[in-house]
Design a protein around this ligand. Structure first.
Ligand code: N01
Length: 544
């Protein structure tokens, strides 16, 4: 660490080439890229006491990735990809953490990471062309570049229910799960939320708890995960195909080896559609969502054809018709809300000690000392309360840091009406500040490691080029940014995505501007667009 002689670490001002915020998938690779591949002096600040990011915090029962494990990791290093063996089709949280710890060890990354430390602010000095970064540990670091690797789903959301602090029992948020785990034996558990986290946690909490009540606001289209060990022959084939897999996922739509059908749901016969959906249902995973019919994202009629199949599947799994009816999603199209994967979720509601309560028609009005109260006055009592209430997605983690750009402008103020970026990578007025998988990039609509690698490589390429030219700064022009923002909304508005109240639209956070947050270009075309921009001399960026 190149701390100046007068200022020992933790007290003075360190001067580095780059500060990276976060030590999850993004931050670790960014550090390796800048330090080991490009020879820069970089430091990482990480709030957690270990590497892992999302997987450091999300340790709730059942937490695992919904991406197939063979593509849920880095591909930049063939040796790393080949030497790590995943135990199941979908990797569990602790296994992903072990993987990232292995990566940190392999590339000796921890020595440049300051753990247990949150970046509080970053302030741009236009004259000196550098950022001054401060932390809650009292440290100040000056850096030419700041790279935010804070993740898209790291700012947890606990709704501001009346009486939130009055509950006498323990409360937990899935996104901040205790490292020692929670013993639910003999407990009456209340869980608010029915998104991907709740879907994973429900069967496991139910297996332990004396009683589990799930408070559901919106039912989800959930398809089987079909988790389990992977056939050794399939594993062996994949092991030989690092280059092919890498090439295919990098140029795919969503960072998976899944491809939307050539024909639409409305263009095929009922029998053909039924056969395909049944096959995809049995395979498990995102086949129906990301390998299904493209027209279901554009046409309500086509979407309804797929929904009908899914509705029937839910009803087949759930014994009690009233509960089944509650679990059948209504009022929004399939595919426009994140599709959770199910490992026994629906069947759990067939157990006598598991209950489902609809809080859409009868919302939660308050948390009480003993449980919660609904709008109609009904009281529910339990011993333990679990918030599976999600995140202030994409903009939340960035807005919690005081990024002050040119003329002291705060990023969150600039973004008061929604994020404004170019490529989801940089924002005008904030030179040399990069966001890995930021809002308005494909990020959450893709298998994250694929998009993370692309952004990290691209940021590395930009910085390399700036240094080669002797340029001090880069930022998008206002025109390029305006164009990107308008384009993003335009392509989103051509789909059914904006018709659903989802965190993609910011709809889960009261008061958050309603705007489609990710970019819909798809992974391969977005990558090609970024490359073209670079080849055109950083079109849309101002470099000086
Ligand atoms: O959060 P969510 P999550 N009153 O926002 C409800 C990724 N992920 O943590 O749908 C009552 O999906 C809310 O209701 P509604 C994945 O991308 C990945 O489950 O807004 N209920 C919803 O049911 C995922 O999409 C993996 O109407 C309230 C729930 O809380 C994202 O993380 C695993 C409420 C929140 O669901 C977030 O998933 C887990 C209120 N006031 C997560 N406020 C894997 O890859 C919110 N809710 C495996």
């Amino acid at each position: 660490m190149s701390t100046t002689a007068e200022s020992p670490p933790g007290t003075g001002v360190d001067t580095v080439d780059a500060v990276i915020i976060g030590a999850g998938f993004s931050g670790l690779y960014m550090l390796h890229k800048l330090r080991d591949e490009m020879g820069l002096h970089a430091r990482v600040f990480e709030t957690g006491h270990g590497v892992g990011g999302t997987w450091y915090w999300n340790r709730y029962p059942g937490a695992r990735s919904d991406s197939d494990s063979y593509i849920y990791g880095y591909t930049f290093d063939r040796g790393l990809w080949e030497e790590w063996e995943w135990s199941e089709r979908y990797p569990e949280s602790h296994e992903i953490r072990s993987y990232l710890e292995h990566v940190a060890d392999r590339f000796d990354l921890a020595k440049d990471i300051t753990f247990g430390t949150r970046v509080v602010s970053a302030t741009w000095d236009d004259e000196r062309a550098h950022w001054t970064v401060t932390t809650d540990g009292g440290e100040t670091v000056v850096a030419t570049y700041v790279i935010s690797a804070v993740g898209a789903l790291s700012a947890s959301n606990t709704p501001p229910f009346e009486g939130a602090d009055t509950f006498r029992g323990p409360t937990f948020h899935t996104g901040h799960w205790p490292h020692e785990g929670v013993d639910f034996r003999g407990q009456r558990v209340g869980m608010i939320g029915s998104g991907a986290s709740a879907v994973q946690a429900t069967p496991l909490i139910a297996a332990q708890a004396a009683e589990l009540t799930v408070f559901q606001r919106t039912a989800n289209y959930i398809v089987p995960a079909n988790n389990g060990p992977v056939d050794p022959a399939v594993k062996a084939e994949r092991l030989k195909d690092w280059a092919g897999i890498r090439e295919r996922i990098q140029n795919s739509n969503f960072g998976f080896e899944l491809y939307l059908q050539d024909k639409g749901a409305a263009e095929v016969s009922d029998d053909e559609r039924e056969a395909l959906l049944e096959d995809f249902w049995n395979r498990g995973g995102f086949h129906i969502w990301l390998g299904g019919y493209a027209d279901m994202f554009f046409s309500t009629e086509a979407n309804d054809l797929v929904r009908k199949f899914l509705d029937r599947k839910i009803r087949e799994k759930v014994d009690d018709p009233e509960t089944a009816e509650l679990l059948v999603p209504k009022g929004y199209p399939f595919g426009c809300k994140r599709n959770p994967l199910d490992s026994g979720y629906f069947e759990t509601f067939n157990e006598p000690h598991v209950h489902l309560v609809d809080v859409k028609s009868n919302p939660i009005s308050a948390i009480t000392e003993t449980g919660l109260r609904l709008a109609d006055g009904t009281e529910h009592a339990f011993d333990t309360l679990v918030f599976a209430t999600g995140f202030d997605a994409m903009t939340g983690p960035l807005n919690r840091i005081d990024f002050r750009g040119r003329h002291g402008q705060l990023l969150r103020e600039k973004w008061a009406e929604g994020p404004r970026t170019y490529l989801g990578l940089m924002s005008h007025g904030f030179p040399n500040l990069f966001t890995v998988t930021g809002p308005q990039s494909p990020s959450v609509l893709s298998n994250m490691p694929v998009s993370i690698e692309q952004h990290v490589d691209y940021i590395g390429r930009i910085i390399d080029d700036l240094r080669a030219r002797g340029a001090a700064r880069i930022e998008p022009t206002k025109d390029a940014e305006d164009g990107w923002c308008a384009y993003n909304q335009e392509i989103a508005n051509a789909t059914l995505f904006p018709t659903a109240d989802t965190w993609y639209m910011g709809a889960n956070i009261p008061g958050k501007p309603r705007q489609f947050l990710p970019n819909l270009d798809f992974v391969g075309p977005y990558r090609a667009k970024c490359d073209q921009i670079a080849e055109n001399g950083w079109e849309g960026f101002a470099v000086d």
